[in-house]
Write a protein that binds this ligand. Sequence first.
Ligand code: ZN
Length: 76
Amino acid sequence: MPTAPVDGPDEWYTVLDPVWQCAGAAEDSVLCVGCLESRLGRRLMHTDFIPAALNDPDYGHHSQRLLSRLRPATED
Ligand SMILES: [Zn+2]
């Protein structure tokens, strides 16, 4: 899916280098949450993300899927 649509929910985020490398993704490639998770074989957790404004759940207009990963795990 598009990671940064002009007016829709975005999946624009940055994860820690080891997470990205573990997924076998090139440094300059862009993956949506679903594609990254299928490469990793697991769900992303809030600890996978770099502490940055971009990864703040309140920043921009993130998709619900990305938000659910950015927030510390709750019962689900
Ligand atoms: Zn995708």
